[in-house]
Design a protein around this ligand. Structure first.
Ligand code: C5P
Length: 208
């Protein structure tokens, strides 16, 4: 069973993807980490003239199986990731790895921005997880505080809106919602309820 999950930053898609993977005993790939790893490597070179070529080279060479979610979790790396994610050759360099991950025996859960549309258009179940931008910013703010980090909620909201815009306008297209995806708006739901709803969607789809 392949479960494809897409949605904007801080929508809860990562937590729901992990929860579904655990529940169904499937491996999980957070595809945002692939883009973040390249963003991190390119952080000080984003304004270089040949930054596209450098990013493409890194995309081919990074060890995609060893990504440290803690180190890659900063807002600065997320912004760098959104920039390099616009380079079609970078996306191409990451595509086969994601598809192979999805195709492994028994299936997998993948989350990102173009999973249901471009990476796994034939996924068994597609979920689109979203939430109001202010709520997403508040969740990210509380998450950073809980890690003992300093954070400015209005700045987080500004960055979330900017990244949504940048991701939506990604020239590589086919971003966000697949036509056959199931919408889950988590704005008014806690994470347990969101996960229960996601499981119900998957079970219902698989029973058909
Ligand atoms: O999901 P996450 O916030 O970690 O993703 C970081 C950035 O990587 C996104 O804002 C987006 O620009 C890019 N990304 C992407 N395609 C994916 C996953 C992430 O373009 N499948």
């Amino acid at each position: 069973m392949i479960i494809a999950i897409d949605g904007p930053a801080a929508s809860g898609k990562g937590t729901i993807a992990k929860g579904l993977a655990k529940y169904y005993g499937l491996p999980h790939l957070d595809t945002g980490l692939l883009y973040r790893a390249i963003g991190q490597a390119m952080q000080n070179q984003l304004d270089d003239k040949d930054f596209e070529q450098k990013a493409i080279k890194i995309a081919h060479n990074i060890d995609k199986s060893k990504l440290d979610s803690k180190k890659l979790g900063t807002p600065e790396i997320a912004n760098a990731a959104a920039k390099i994610a616009k380079i079609e050759e970078v996306r191409e360099a990451l595509r086969q790895y994601q598809r192979d991950f999805a195709q492994q025996k028994g299936g997998a859960v993948l989350d990102g921005r173009d999973i249901g549309t471009r990476i796994c258009p034939n996924a068994d179940v597609k979920l689109f997880i979203t939430a109001d931008a202010k709520i997403r910013a508040n969740r990210r703010y509380l998450e950073l505080l809980s890690k003992g980090l300093q954070a400015d909620e209005s700045e987080i909201l500004r960055q979330i809106i900017m990244r949504d815009e940048s991701d939506r306008n990604n020239p590589s297209g086919n971003f966000y919602e697949a036509q056959d995806s199931h919408l889950l708006d988590s704005s008014k739901l806690d994470i347990e309820t969101s996960l229960r709803k996601a499981i119900a969607i998957v079970d219902n789809k698989m029973a058909k």
